[in-house]
Design a protein around this ligand. Structure first.
Ligand code: MN
Length: 262
């Protein structure tokens, strides 16, 4: 069944991620997105819509516009179509961390049969996103690529994401040049500032290494942003009561509290 692995890995009472449906939408351009995900490690989740789900690869260093730079892309479980718009904080469990919608747009296969291309391990395609455009290829490496060795079965999941030379290639470091969200225009701290999980006081998703250091800084900046916003609000309208918010983050926080006390 499609999305079985996606659903098995998640507890939807604890994550704001969509539970997910298979989309039946034909006769429309295919969606693609890249989600920048600070979890135990920073990576970029590259997703291509196909057969109603999002085929997914985790790209540790993110896409490169330089055709000479091949980026390791580990294939991960298919994601539901409605995941493609997700941005937010996963408080705990699988993938705990911060997800930013880093790029989105449409894609066009440069082959007739996408399934056959995936089986063969050589999928050529054109992207039309905000940041990524032009011709690209995903090539399966059969685990020969150094650094691709992980647990058993990982070799079949190891691919390379490579930019073809065209008008959209170049030596611009796109992850450095355009680091922010195409959905909110925010950075990780802005996203976290909207919804800081209480559980992170005691148990942060990334503690050690680069990701841990990065997350510690982001938590600090998010807290400062939040304090600044609160300060500006009360300075401007000292009498005004806090507006009642019914955003998803508020509901999620309530649900979490209810869960913990029950
Ligand atoms: Mn991820």
């Amino acid at each position: 069944m499609p999305l079985d692995e996606y659903k098995r890995k998640r507890d939807f009472s604890k994550t704001p991620e969509p539970a997910g449906k298979v989309a039946a939408r034909k006769g429309r351009e295919r969606y693609f997105c890249v989600q920048k995900h600070l979890a135990s490690h920073l990576h970029y989740d590259f997703r291509l819509e196909h057969n109603g789900v999002l085929l997914s690869w985790a790209v540790p260093k993110g896409p490169s516009l330089d055709p000479k730079t091949r980026r390791l892309a580990m294939q991960t479980e298919d994601h539901p179509f409605d995941y493609g718009d997700f941005e937010g904080v996963i408080p705990e469990g699988y993938g705990a961390g911060i997800v930013m919608l880093w790029d989105k747009g449409t894609w066009t296969p440069e082959v007739d049969d996408v399934d056959a291309a995936i089986r063969k391990g050589d999928l050529k395609f054109t992207l039309n996103g905000y940041k990524l455009k032009g011709s690209w290829v995903l090539v399966r490496t059969s685990g020969r690529y150094p650094g691709a060795r992980g647990g058993s079965g990982d070799s079949a999941r190891s691919w390379l994401l490579i930019k073809h030379r065209d008008d959209w290639s170049g030596d611009l470091d796109i992850t450095e040049f355009a680091p922010r969200s195409v959905k909110s225009d925010g950075d990780f701290e802005d996203i976290l500032g909207q919804d800081m999980p209480a559980v992170w006081q005691s148990n942060r998703p990334a503690k050690g290494g680069d990701a841990g250091a990065m997350l510690a800084q982001i938590i600090e900046r998010a807290a400062r942003l939040k304090a600044e916003r609160a300060g500006t609000r009360s300075a401007r309208q000292p009498e005004a009561p806090e507006p009642k918010k019914t955003t998803r983050s508020t509901r999620t926080a309530k649900t979490r509290k209810a869960k913990r006390t029950s």
